[in-house]
Write a protein that binds this ligand. Structure first.
Ligand SMILES: Cc1cc2nc3c(=O)[nH]c(=O)nc-3n(C[C@H](O)[C@H](O)[C@H](O)COP(=O)(O)O)c2cc1C
Length: 159
């Protein structure tokens, strides 16, 4: 049994990362708020993820909360690596510039958190990035996507 078989369902989000001229989008189910004041947020990335390399170099990332209508694109970003494809080109997601950090955001996101990395913890086969939130905005409400199990994505209405 895997930890996700017990801990799921979990809300699925997208993290955008940038280093030099490269932008990437990664699908994540492992993430959490850590503090109201200061506003802090954590994300957990497998050691082989391309986006991890970008975040390690840039020390910034954006957490993008998206609605269930983007299910296919969210799955795509969770199945292929930014080493092979430009996920902004291959999905419906459009790039917009973050305002407080040098990073991309997803234009269609319901809301976002612009984060600066303040710490990095090796937990095992994943790395936990602790981010200080520099800007947070909820643009609109919408039903979110949840990771149910394996590669199944479910939808929660009125979330
Ligand atoms: C529903 C779902 C949830 C995922 N959650 C995580 C996660 O929390 N952490 C992680 O490192 N990878 C997670 N993944 C896998 C990555 O999104 C996937 O390996 C991705 O292709 C990595 O992209 P990159 O190499 O461009 O960074 C998830 C995938 C899916 C489909």
């Amino acid at each position: 049994m895997r930890i996700s078989d017990i801990a799921n369902p979990r809300q699925v989000i997208l993290v955008t990362a940038r280093w030099q001229d490269t932008d990437d989008i990664i699908t994540l189910a492992w993430h959490m708020p850590l503090s109201f004041n200061p506003m802090m947020y954590a994300i957990s990335l497998g050691k082989k993820r391309f986006s991890l390399e970008l975040i390690r170099n840039s020390k910034v990332f954006v957490v993008n909360f998206v609605s269930k209508e983007f299910k296919e694109d969210v799955l795509f970003c969770g199945e292929v690596s930014g080493r092979e494809v430009d996920k902004f080109k291959e999905t419906r997601f459009e790039k917009e510039e973050a305002e407080t950090i040098n990073c991309s955001r997803i234009k269609q996101a319901l809301g976002y958190l612009e984060c600066e990395v303040v710490d990095e913890i090796e937990t095992g086969d994943h790395i936990l990035f602790i981010g200080k939130v520099k800007k947070a905005e909820l643009k609109k409400h919408g039903a979110r996507l949840f990771h149910i199990s394996g590669d199944k994505l479910g939808e929660l209405e009125d979330a």
